[in-house]
Write a protein that binds this ligand. Structure first.
Ligand code: GRG
Length: 297
């Protein structure tokens, strides 16, 4: 299955709308404190695939959400993602010098600034969700979705397990649990946030979307492990081969390359199957599952 040109056009249009929306929703670097605001913009703008915003928009379009609401939700989830990258790259965690093809924030600025950039992006995400048109109950439900996904039972919890797992031989279920929390939780939140921006969801629709998001979330990580082992740093825009160098358990270390690729394919099929109740309407989400599995960076 190949990624279609119409999907690539849609993807580019979302990515460029995202750049503009993020630019408007981040603090202006002419405002005090200039250096912190400049560093926040350095971290968040001009880079990344914007997979989470794409998921927000694809899910939102399925449920008739407005572009404005989607850009707000997508900016919030991307700010959380960028904060996690900035903190993850710091010397106390992964200690990396390259991200999105540029020097990491602590290398370009300093450790204290990187810490504050992450903190400020996190709070900015929730500020952005609290603003704009729309009723308070819906905003509250979006805040809850994002907070749960980003916190100790989601991304931060997954990162804690990851840090404890260096040199440890995890079982496959343990590895899956770690990735569902560290990476999958935010991707799942992106899908749900997009849907919540649109019309009210039935229980069945929510269950189908969750099954899709779970499959795509895990597929994303399996592919990430494969790329870390097979692609080069210039293509990835971040240091390649880090998992093995850091003695981290990955799908490749547990299953090998071929089995990992087969697993990514199986998860892509699971994602497609979960979307069957929506038929053609869900084509963007379907294409995104293909893109996530076929990506080269
Ligand atoms: C520090 C709280 C805290 C959490 C960090 C998600 C995470 C937890 C760290 C990121 C490290 C990492 C490389 C995880 C593997 C999967 C992943 C999230 C890759 C980066 O996401 P992409 O490929 O990046 O969507 P771009 O740059 O395209 O946005």
């Amino acid at each position: 299955m190949t990624v279609q040109p119409a999907f690539l056009d849609w993807m580019k249009s979302v990515q460029s709308a995202m750049e503009e929306a993020l630019g408007a929703m981040l603090p202006d670097q002419r405002d005090t404190p200039h250096r912190l605001h400049e560093a926040m913009r350095y971290a968040a703008l001009d880079g990344g695939k914007r997979v989470r915003p794409l998921l927000v928009c694809a899910a939102g379009e399925l449920f008739g959400a407005s572009r404005e609401d989607l850009m707000r939700a997508a900016s919030a989830v991307e700010m959380i993602h960028v904060y996690s990258l900035v903190h993850d790259d710091m010397p106390c965690m992964d200690d990396d010098a390259l991200r999105r093809g540029k020097p990491t924030v602590h290398v370009k600025y300093d450790d204290a600034t990187a810490l504050l950039v992450g903190d400020a992006l996190q709070t900015q995400a929730f500020l952005v969700l609290s603003e704009g048109e729309g009723d308070a109950a819906r905003k509250l439900s979006m805040v809850r979705i994002l907070a749960e996904a980003a916190g100790s039972v989601g991304m931060c919890g997954g990162q804690a397990i990851d840090l404890d797992s260096v040199g440890v031989r995890l079982t496959r279920p343990e590895l899956e649990q770690m990735h569902r929390m560290k990476t999958g939780a935010l991707l799942r939140a992106a899908v749900l946030l997009g849907a919540v921006c649109g019309k009210a969801l039935s229980e069945a629709e929510r269950a189908s979307l969750e099954a899709y998001a779970d499959a795509v979330g895990l597929a994303f990580q399996v592919v990430d492990d494969v790329l870390d082992a097979t692609a080069d740093s210039a293509t990835l825009g971040k240091t390649a081969g880090k998992d093995a160098a850091d003695n981290k358990p990955t799908y490749v270390s547990i299953l090998g390359l071929e089995e990992s690729r087969n697993l990514a394919e199986k998860l892509r099929n699971d994602a497609h199957r979960a979307l069957m109740p929506f038929e053609q309407e869900a084509r963007r989400l379907r294409d995104l599952a293909d893109f996530i599995v076929q990506r080269k960076a």
